[in-house]
Design a protein around this ligand. Structure first.
Ligand SMILES: [Zn+2]
Length: 88
């Protein structure tokens, strides 16, 4: 499924199965806490996309210690929910 992708075909845990985009940067950059309390660690790109999509989701408080937290929130604010469904 990911033949042309560089970097060995594994994506972070936050990436939605229906989201075809590759990870960006650290694969374990931040942890997203979902509305139902699950914690999933992922890259900046997919964490932002899930923050924009999942009702009640937020970054784990420890994410504030990492340099990517603001980037994730800024990206999420600029996205529509489930951006992969409209080809973004
Ligand atoms: Zn990712």
């Amino acid at each position: 499924m990911r033949d042309g992708e560089k970097g060995a075909g594994r994506r972070c845990q936050v990436a939605d199965p229906n989201d075809p985009t590759p990870c960006e940067g650290e694969v374990a950059a931040v942890t997203v806490v979902t509305g139902d309390g699950r914690e999933v660690t992922g890259c900046v790109h997919h964490s932002a996309r899930q923050l924009a999509s999942l009702q009640g989701s937020r970054l784990h408080p420890m994410a504030a210690l990492m340099p990517w937290a603001v980037d994730v929130y800024c990206r999420a604010a600029a996205l529509t929910p489930f951006p992969w469904e409209i080809g973004l």
